[in-house]
Every structure is written in C-alpha cells, then in structure tokens.
Design a protein around this ligand. Structure first.
Ligand code: AMP
Length: 456
C-alpha cells in the first residue's frame, strides 16, 4: 500500500471561482456557445453558504414552534390585482418593481414582491375565519422586486415573516415585536426597534392635511416623485429614500399628535407592553412603512448601531386591520412582520456569534478495482445504516488520490477494499493519524467502527 503524507490540519476544500471562463478568439476554431449568465439582481446560494441559510431557517422555525405559529407556504405567482389593491398603486413596488408575467391565456400575473397580501388571500380563500382565532402563521420564501441591485439588495431575495390574523389587541403587536427581537437575539444579533403609529382612516385625514401643508412649504426641495404624490398620498414623502428628502422629514408633523382616542389608547398599550418586556425601542415619527395596507402600529428592527438610514433595516411590519376587507374578505384585524434573510445572514457572518456546525464525516471508504467498487458501495450502505457518516469518491481509482481526499476531510479512519479484501471478505481499517492498519471481517466493520468512533 503506498504511503500517504499526512497534513496535520485538514486544509479547507477549495471553492471554485464563478467567473465565466475567458474564451480565446481563434480564427477558424469552433466557437463555444455563450454561457448564459446569472440574471442581474439574482444570486446563487453556493454550497459554502447554504449551511448559514439552514442555520437561520432552523432558528426561525424553532421560534415559530415555541410561540405557537404554524408554517404556511403560498405560491410565488399571484394575480397582479392582489398587490395593486393591497400595497397601493402609487407605491414604488407596484409602480415600477413588480415582475409582471402575462401567461398564455392572457392572465396578468406577478412574482410576489412580499407575502403578507398572499397570506391574507389564503386566509380568505381557505375560510380560516372559521378556525379558532387568532390564526398564527409563519412563512419563509423568495420575493421579487425589480429594484436597482446594490450591496445586500437583490431582485430575488428571501424573507421570513410572522402574521397573526383575527385579533386587534395591542398585546399581539407587542408579542410580534418580541418575536422579531428574539429571532435576532437567538442568532447573537443585538437589535433596536423603531416604532410609530399611523392611526386609522379616521385620524389620518387631519394628519394628511397637516403633512401636505408642511411639505408645501418645502416643495421646491422635494424629489419629483414626492412632489407628484404629495396630494394623493403625503405619507410617501416620509418614506422616501432620496437623499434630498431626508432632511425634510425632521420638521414634519408627528402622527402621534393626531391619533384619535382609540388609536392613541392602542399605541400607548403597545408601548406599555414593550416597557414591561424591557425591549429597546425608539419612537421614529417618520416611520410609515410605505405600503397602503398598514394602520396603527408600524415598526422596524435595526442591527444595533445601524439605526441611521432605512436601507439597513433588517425588517419590519405592522398592523393591517383593513387588508382582509380590501381583498373582499370579512373584517379581520391583523398584524405581522417580514425580515430579510440575506441581511440577517450578512449580519450573522459579520458577528460570528453563531456559526453553522461543520459537516462531520466519520469515515472515508476507498476502493481499488472494479469488484472492490461494488463491494465499497455495499459497505457504504452498511455504515450508513449504522449511523456512521461516510464519504467516498467512486470516480477515483488509485488509492493515493482517494486517501488525499480522506486527509482533506480530516477523517479519523479510512476503510480500504482491494482485490485481496474482496476475495477474503475483509476490509482494511486505516488510522489516518498514526498510519496504522488492521484487517477486519467485512460484516464486522460497521460495528467495530461504531465502537472506535464512540458511537455505540
Ligand atoms: P420590506 O417589506 O420592504 O419592509 O422589507 C423587509 C425586509 O426585507 C427589509 O428590511 C430587508 O431586510 C429585506 N429586503 C427588502 N427588499 C430587499 C431586497 N431587494 N434585497 C434584499 N433584501 C430585501
């Protein structure tokens, strides 16, 4: 058996680069077809990243179970009207960011830009009103917005979210904020909460008038979009991301000064619950969450120290008591939030408070020769059934390249099957640290290794 030099610490498996290979122009040579490229704003989640995604998913799912939420999955494709009616026609999302599809039957569809409207649609479609209220749902999945791609901002991105339908009490708002806060806390990420109330249809009229009056005085300093939308939807100005509109927000009137009695009471109760829970929140008077369906409580979570500039919110949410009716359902008070997975993972990697566990491979099975290959496959199954994690590479024939892989994986033992072992019904156990080897009966290998690895 050839000697293999051992590396003390197993080197990391190299990751391939993902740049398109440079094709050299050669007159007369056959041209390679162009490799289709990743679509702008889309992102491949590569194998070295998926453990982070799995970790986030597992933590979110855990929180879902512990707070009594059930998971729901709605389709990525929805009717255009679902979002036009709920998010609002004069929002950036509906005006210019939706991925529109017209299918072969001429039906106007879109790739969902968010999930709350879909969940309310599902709640109505499936008569969830008849279930015990409130209905508590959580989700995870891809969303699509045709935005300008920039760091951490994609055209396909993922969100997880929690929604409570069928309860108007302020404790629901507080519990949802607590859940969002705890998701990050469990990931080792400190967050701060920004909160505001944008009242209801009754108190909004007076506030709108006062907001329009204020913005008229600074009209010449506003971006074109805000000027255009001012009369119809002045709240948009508070939500605008344009740099020129930022300084204008600080002198704008505050919604909390215009809340009607029931809205004021509701908001004060939410804040009292947050105080009771000792959650770190700040009142942000310009927080309005930009979508038409929100009312009363709105909130956003920021990684601690990154509160400035709404581009960096980890996520947010609020009440949407009127959404079910807008979509043709019965009145159903509701509240929820959505958090961006890409941003959460970016933060998890930055902080490194929590890392995905390294894949543990116990054993490598190496084979020499064709007969040994099929025997190795059988052995592989025996080991797997015994709860041993096994790696192999049946595409390699020589022993040296196979043991090199075993070294890179950092396994403690390799099993080797050659011609002789096939005939003798044995396998060789090689200790990768000492280089020592012993022969053992084929059928005893799994049990013996379990003992050696301390698995039995
Ligand atoms: P929103 O529904 O716009 O409030 O988004 C909630 C969260 O989803 C944001 O705070 C981000 O974390 C995330 N998010 C929204 N849009 C994008 C995007 N284009 N790319 C990546 N994450 C996004």
């Amino acid at each position: 058996m050839p000697k293999i030099s051992k590396t003390k610490s197993a080197p990391k498996l190299a990751h391939k680069t993902h740049e398109a290979p440079h094709v050299q122009e050669d007159a007369g040579a056959k041209k390679h077809p162009r490799t289709p490229q990743l679509v702008r704003g889309m992102k491949d989640i590569l194998p070295y990243e998926t453990p982070w995604w799995d970790l986030l998913y597992a933590r979110v799912a855990d929180i879902g179970v512990s707070y009594g939420f059930e998971r729901i999955e709605t389709p990525v494709v929805e009717e255009t009207a679902l979002f036009a009616r709920s998010i609002g026609k004069d929002t950036d999302i509906v005006e210019k960011e939706m991925y529109a599809i017209t299918d072969t039957e001429g039906e106007k569809l879109v790739l969902r830009p968010e999930n709350t409207a879909s969940i309310v649609r599902a709640y109505i479609n499936h008569g969830m009103l008849n279930l015990t209220q409130p209905v508590k749902l959580w989700y995870w999945g891809p969303m699509f917005r045709h935005e300008r791609p920039q760091s951490g901002r994609y055209r396909q991105f993922h969100q997880f979210g929690f929604e409570v339908l069928g309860d108007e009490s302020p404790i629901v708002d507080a519990e949802l904020i607590l859940i969002a806060y705890n998701v990050y806390k469990n990931l080792g990420i400190n967050t701060s909460i920004q909160i505001n109330s944008i009242g209801c249809g009754k108190c909004r009229g007076a506030y709108h008038q006062s907001l329009i009056a204020y913005y008229r005085t600074v009209r010449h300093e506003m971006c074109e979009n805000c000027r255009r939308r001012l009369q119809k939807n002045p709240l948009r100005a508070l939500d605008c991301k344009e740099p020129q509109c930022q300084p204008l927000k600080k002198d704008a009137p505050h919604f909390v000064d215009y809340l009607c009695e029931p809205c004021k009471e509701h908001f004060l109760s939410v804040l009292e619950y947050l105080d009771e829970l000792e959650l770190p929140y700040f009142l942000n008077h310009s927080l309005v969450r930009g979508l038409d369906y929100y009312n009363r409580t709105v909130f956003e979570l920021y990684a601690a120290g990154e509160e400035e500039g709404s581009q960096s919110a980890l996520g947010g949410g609020g009440r949407y008591d009127g959404l079910a009716e807008i979509l043709g359902g019965r009145p159903t008070p509701a509240c929820g939030f959505a958090q961006g997975c890409e941003r959460a993972i970016l933060k998890m990697k930055e902080i490194e408070a929590l890392k995905p566990p390294a894949d543990i491979v116990h054993i490598f099975v190496a084979q020499i020769g064709n007969q040994a290959k099929s025997k190795a496959l059988k052995l592989f199954e025996n080991l797997r059934a015994a709860g041993i994690t096994v790696a192999h590479n049946l595409s390699k024939n020589g022993l040296r390249p196979q043991l090199e892989i075993a070294n890179k994986l950092g396994v403690r033992y390799s099993l080797v099957i050659g011609q002789k072992e096939v005939q003798d019904e044995t396998v060789i156990i090689r200790d990768m640290e000492s280089g020592g080897q012993e022969s053992i009966g084929f059928n005893k290998a799994a049990n013996d290794l379990k003992k050696k690895l301390g698995l039995s």
